[in-house]
Write a protein that binds this ligand. Structure first.
Ligand code: G3I
Length: 392
């Protein structure tokens, strides 16, 4: 194997993962058999399973040797296998990835990912069947000519998309984010896309998406997935999501759970004070959701380390404490079983690219740092899992 800085870093990362796996991990990394008794399982997956929970992460497609959050990167693969009992493709099931145009599908990347996950006994969630925002639909879909009977053409396009994806994976995928981020946080209303305009409005479009998914994947958990922050300034968004969920119930639309993405944002070093200030409204929102009979899934947990100093020590401690406080509230809801991180290491997190810190210091949003070394956030997740009420 040719040694490059890239795969050198990957090996360093693998060493860090192996190190936290104890002697068994070190032996595995060195290619040794490991003849002694197996070390006690210390991964997050084992800890979660013991409480009746599941913990997981997004992952990505990558060519062998690519330094990204891919299963093809041995260091990342080792981490996913150790800590996760559930995976989700970060981008590769989105329309932008699957649909080069209105008639074709390209499943090559997602297929490679689910095949790797299956081979390693890791279930995969589907994200997502419809990202209901013009910005995140492929460009061709926003300029598509729906012809003389637009409602019928739009319906055909949506039904064909969802049916094709769900039938292809059958029982291999048991939970889908059917609709992603349909509510505009600015006013709580529903977005319009070219598809929904042709189809007769956003409600008709979302309802059709869920009904089609139920038919095409009858055994799967169907999730409405949205940003759902507990930070101040989200009241309109919460109200809009509640209204949408109430509407689904009133119309008999088959939606099983709310996907609470959980891209949470620290509010300063006083995490205890922040949590005390946020908790009440947040619980009222979750109470309203669960009172309607919806399940909860944490689909995309990570932390934007805002309003915190650049110094790594206090920053990591605040991120960990904030995560712990958030998970403690969430685990109080029996309707929650699955918690997925939006990436395991700071190295690949989307946040750095899309929302860098104003002071230019690298963000630290994930449980492992950029060198794959576990951070206080990982310990906080483990502690929250250990303290979670047991699921039956
Ligand atoms: O794959 C192309 C590559 O070929 C091209 O060279 C490059 C140049 O920009 O772009 C690459 O695509 C990028 C893709 O990530 C894969 O890296 C897109 O530009 C970029 O927009 C895309 O960002 C993703 C974003 O969703 C939009 O799809 C992030 O990785 C992903 O973390 C983020 O995830 C979302 C969830 O799906 C929904 N909830 C919020 C969450 C965070 O924004």
């Amino acid at each position: 194997m040719q040694f490059s800085r890239r795969n050198g870093l990957a090996l360093l990362g693998a060493a860090a993962v192996a190190a936290c796996d104890g002697p068994r991990g070190a032996a595995r990394l060195a290619g040794l058999g490991g003849s002694g008794p197996p070390a006690a399982p210390a991964g997050l997956h084992a800890a979660a399973t013991a409480r009746g929970l599941r913990v997981g992460s997004c992952f990505a497609w990558g060519a062998p040797g690519d330094d990204r959050g891919s299963f093809a990167n041995p260091a990342y693969a080792a981490l996913l296998k150790r800590d996760c009992g559930l995976l989700v493709a970060e981008n590769e099931m989105k329309w932008q990835a699957l649909r080069p145009d209105a008639t074709r599908f390209d499943f090559s990347r997602f297929d490679a990912m689910i095949n790797w996950a299956d081979a390693n006994g890791l279930p995969v969630r589907g994200h997502n069947l419809l990202w209901h925002q013009p910005k995140w639909m492929p460009q061709w879909a926003e300029t598509h000519d729906f012809g003389a009977t637009p409602a019928r053409a739009a319906e055909r396009l949506l039904v064909d998309h969802i049916t094709t994806v769900c039938r292809r994976y059958g029982t291999r995928i048991r939970s889908y984010d059917v609709v992603n981020e349909a509510v505009n946080p600015a006013d709580g209303g529903l977005y319009q896309t070219a598809l929904s305009r042709a189809l007769g409005g956003p409600e008709a479009t979302l309802d059709l998406a869920f009904r089609t998914a139920r038919t095409a994947a009858p055994g799967a958990q169907l999730v409405y997935n949205d940003y759902m922050g507990w930070e101040p300034g989200n009241a309109r968004h919460h109200a809009g999501v509640l209204k949408l969920l109430e509407g689904f119930k009133a119309r008999g639309v088959p939606v099983d759970a709310l996907g609470v993405q959980s891209h949470i944002v620290t509010q300063g070093l006083d995490t205890r004070g922040a949590i005390a200030a946020l908790e009440g409204d947040w619980r009222r929102f979750l109470d309203a959701v669960t009172a309607m009979g919806y399940g909860l899934v944490i689909t995309e947990l990570d932390v934007r380390d805002n309003a915190l100093p650049a110094a790594i020590g206090p920053r990591d401690t605040a991120v960990a404490d904030f995560t712990r406080g958030y998970l403690d509230v969430m685990f109080g809801y029996p309707a929650l079983r699955d918690v997925l991180l939006w990436g395991m290491t700071d190295r690949y997190s989307w946040i750095e690219g899309l929302e860098p810190r104003p002071d230019g210091v690298k963000r630290r949003p994930c449980p492992y740092d950029a060198g794959f070394v576990p951070k206080p956030m990982r310990a906080a997740i483990a502690a929250a899992i250990a303290a979670a009420p047991m699921r039956g």
